[in-house]
Design a binder for this molecule. Structure first.
Ligand code: MP5
Length: 201
């Protein structure tokens, strides 16, 4: 299946996603506060861009089944953005700070991928969400409830999010493997690792 082939092609990078120090330290509660703050503001910008990407991608979804899956993803973004806003308010963070060039590049790539058509766009969406699910699910069972960032770990490792990512895999599996899909998937993996390297500083 296309989704499994894409993942299999990224085996070593995927291991780095699952064991990235940003993820393991967030889970353990040992990430310095300033690093998490940096991630929070960068990722807020990313999620806003991601919502614009999802809306655009929905307009080229091939059928109602695909549109419904994406609508579910869009709906889940509202409580997620509220979580970021509440956390930022509590920490006194300005969410309107200028994002890094890396973040601008990643966010712009999401939107650009829609113009390459549905197969590339849905592959990008799958890669973004699968990376987050796998990373946060890998630390879910070792994250204590008192860890300051437990709400964020829970957000991306919940059974609901797992089911959504499986639905996305199903949409990718309708597509034939193709070089342009491999390239898009690989780009997202590189962006994800670079994003964490950046905020982990
Ligand atoms: C996600 C994210 C998950 N929040 N940030 C990055 C850098 N990659 C992936 O996307 P979402 O929209 O929060 O589920």
């Amino acid at each position: 299946e296309t989704s499994s082939l894409l993942l299999a092609g990224q085996e070593s990078a995927w291991k780095r996603i699952l064991t990235h120090p940003f993820v393991t330290r967030t889970s353990a509660g040992t990430l310095p506060r300033a690093r998490f703050d940096r991630w929070l503001t960068e990722d807020y910008f990313f999620v806003l861009a991601f919502r614009a990407f999802l809306r655009e991608l929905s307009t080229i979804a091939p059928d109602d089944a695909a549109r419904e899956v994406l609508a579910g993803g869009l709906a889940a973004l509202e409580p997620e953005l509220a979580l970021f806003e509440a956390e930022a308010a509590e920490r006194g963070l300005d969410l309107a700070v200028e994002p890094s060039l890396l973040n601008l590049g990643y966010s712009s790539y999401l939107l650009a991928s829609v113009h390459a058509g549905w197969p590339v766009g849905i592959t990008v969406l799958y890669a973004v969400e699968k990376a987050y699910y796998d990373a946060w699910a890998s630390v879910r069972d070792t994250t204590g409830p008192d860890t300051p960032y437990a709400g964020f770990v829970a957000n991306w490792s919940s059974p609901e999010f797992a089911a959504y990512v499986e639905q996305l895999a199903g949409l990718v599996d309708r597509e034939q493997p193709a070089a342009e899909l491999t390239l898009a998937f690989d780009r997202v993996v590189r962006f994800e690792l670079a994003f964490w390297d950046l905020v982990q500083g």
